[in-house]
Design a binder for this molecule. Structure first.
Ligand SMILES: [Zn+2]
Ligand SMILES: [Zn+2]
Length: 322
């Protein structure tokens, strides 16, 4: 077995390690990572979310280098939830809620901030030839944004507020603008508006304007204070979609939800195939992605840059081909 380079997270510490190249088990393939995106969840893992120890990286595009002939050499993305196959959720095909689930790069399973990783063949999706690596690596977060539409009917007349103006917020705005024309985005600072330059969203900076004003509020700021803001912004009978995974517990006035009959809707992973199709139809403007690509050796710096308020999408290219 040959060694490979990988970024290793250990409860808040990051290091570049030489690990043994993983060996595919039965039903698995060996993937060589082409490109892996850094996202808010990776930053939350560093702050203690999920008690993660291992190789992170759950947004990626890779080549199949070992596996069945019909997958060999293909460029793929993959569903990141690994189910047991036996529990009530797995039997219903809701593997993302498997009672024993592992999640690639987030919970127990090794991720793509490494030269190689192994995944079940069943999780693979072939990438359309006309989708760039950068776009393909966005399939996972785009799926997470599209999940809102799987969970919730967004009427044409809905007034929507997105709290947070980060990378996830950009994708959610793009997805929700296909349903309604009234989407406002609330940002802490105006550093990020250039990433919304091509989108007809209302740009709100700093303090919330308009209490109980919105039918749907999507909280994706990554900051527990965002949930308090969401509660003030949502109309009675409205819905708060919670996309942030906070690194710690958060306090809310739960009675307010009861009295105003507000629905609090948790929302996580979404449909990968629909995301690939969506990306083909809705290419993300390159200047909006404002992406930067780093080697694994530069991974610590890449995570630091990704943390910055004005940062575009940061990618790691473990093969160093970029
Ligand atoms: Zn992510
Ligand atoms: Zn299961």
């Amino acid at each position: 077995v040959s060694p490979m380079n990988a970024l290793w997270f250990d409860l808040g510490n990051i290091s570049l390690r030489q690990l043994q190249q993983p060996q595919p088990a039965k039903g698995e393939v060996l993937l060589r990572t082409r490109l892996a995106g850094i996202c808010g969840t990776d930053l939350a893992l560093l702050e203690g979310y999920s008690q993660f120890k291992g190789v992170p990286g759950h947004e990626f595009v890779a080549d199949v280098v070992e596996g069945p002939a019909h997958w060999l050499g293909r460029r793929v993305v993959a569903g990141i939830n690994l189910g047991c196959g036996d529990c009530d959720f797995c039997v219903q095909g809701r593997v993302e809620h498997c009672r024993e689930r592992q999640v690639v790069g987030i919970r127990q399973a090794q991720g793509a901030f490494a030269e190689y990783l192994c995944l079940p063949e069943a999780n693979l999706l072939a990438v359309p030839a006309d989708l760039s690596d950068e776009h393909a690596a966005m399939a996972e977060p785009v799926a997470a944004a599209l999940q809102i539409l799987e969970q919730l009917v967004v009427p044409e007349t809905a007034r929507v507020l997105i709290i947070g103006a980060g990378r996830m917020a950009q994708l959610i705005a793009r997805v929700l603008l296909t349903q309604t024309s009234t989407v406002d985005v609330l940002a802490r600072t105006d550093q990020r508006w250039r990433y919304f330059a091509d989108l007809p969203v209302g740009q709100l900076t700093g303090e919330l304007q308009g209490l109980q004003h919105y039918d749907i509020v999507v909280e994706c700021s990554g900051n527990p204070a965002g949930l308090t803001t969401a509660m003030a912004a949502v109309k009675p009978l409205g819905v708060i979609v919670l996309k942030s995974t906070y690194g710690a517990q958060t306090k809310i006035d739960a009675s307010y939800l009861v009295v105003n009959e507000v629905t609090l809707l948790g929302s996580r992973c979404g449909p990968m195939q629909i995301a690939l199709d969506w990306l083909v139809r809705n290419p993300l403007p390159v200047e909006i992605l404002a992406s930067q690509t780093f080697t694994l050796q530069d991974g610590v710096r890449a995570l630091d840059i990704a943390k910055g308020a004005g940062a575009g999408k940061c990618f790691l290219a473990p093969g160093g081909a970029y």
